[in-house]
Design a protein. Structure first.
Length: 231
């Protein structure tokens, strides 16, 4: 089957699963931003997405997307290295126009994965997983306040967000091109659309982290007047 036997097929699988993960990140960022404006609204979302059957199905589907994406990324990387053989060591200069993200997608993906593990330990393991085991999950707002009051968590999350930005800015337009939605006319357009969308997406995540850190650490009262969820 060409999805397994060809590099193009592997890229198609990576593209489709990657775009699916981008959609989830968009939802997740929107959900996080609710915590800035309404603590009760965020608690309602956490309760809605607790151990209910639809949330469990969504979590399993998301996990499958992630596993398939990582597996195909690893498979494609190893296949490319094997195909190049010793020739890859003969390259002493990088071609012009080859982006940092394009050259380091696997490394960036590894950082993204490690950040995901940290995030699951900080939030999912203390909320949905606890509820699935029959326990009482921790309050989502309290978890955000605690996690992002610690400078080391803030630093690790910002590094994680930076890796995601680099990974997605290349991956977004590359996925669009792979599935055939790009041509010479739209190539540059999709690149700019990807940059703008991913930048806004990550700014949403960064905004939540930095705002809670500043409020919890420096107790700036004007933040509470702007963002009702901090009060």
């Amino acid at each position: 089957m060409w999805l397994f036997n060809s590099s193009v097929g592997k890229k198609v699988v990576m593209s489709i699963t990657g775009l699916g993960l981008v959609l989830f990140l968009t939802f997740h960022m929107t959900m996080n931003c609710v915590a800035l404006f309404s603590a009760e609204g965020y608690r309602f979302i956490c309760e809605f997405l607790g151990a209910n059957w639809y949330a469990i199905v969504g979590t399993i589907g998301l996990a499958l997307l992630m596993v398939i994406h990582i597996a195909y990324a690893t498979w494609l990387t190893l296949s490319n290295k094997k195909a190049r053989g010793n020739e890859r060591y003969a390259v002493t200069a990088r071609p012009k126009g080859v982006e940092f993200a394009s050259r380091n997608m696997f490394v960036l993906g590894l950082i993204v994965f490690l950040g995901l593990v940290l995030h699951l330990c900080n939030f999912w393991a203390k909320m949905q997983l606890v509820e699935l085991r029959g326990g009482i999950p921790e309050d989502g707002v309290d978890l955000i306040r605690y996690t992002f009051s610690k400078w080391y968590f803030v630093l690790l999350y910002l590094i994680w967000f930076g890796a995601i930005w680099f990974h997605l800015t290349h991956g977004f337009w590359s996925a669009i091109q792979t599935i055939g939605m790009s041509n010479r006319k739209w190539f540059v357009r999709w690149k700019w659309i990807g940059y703008i969308f991913v930048t806004l997406l990550m700014l949403g995540f960064v905004g939540v982290v930095v705002t809670f850190f500043c409020y919890e650490t420096f107790h700036w009262p004007f933040l509470a007047s702007i963002f009702g969820g901090l009060a």
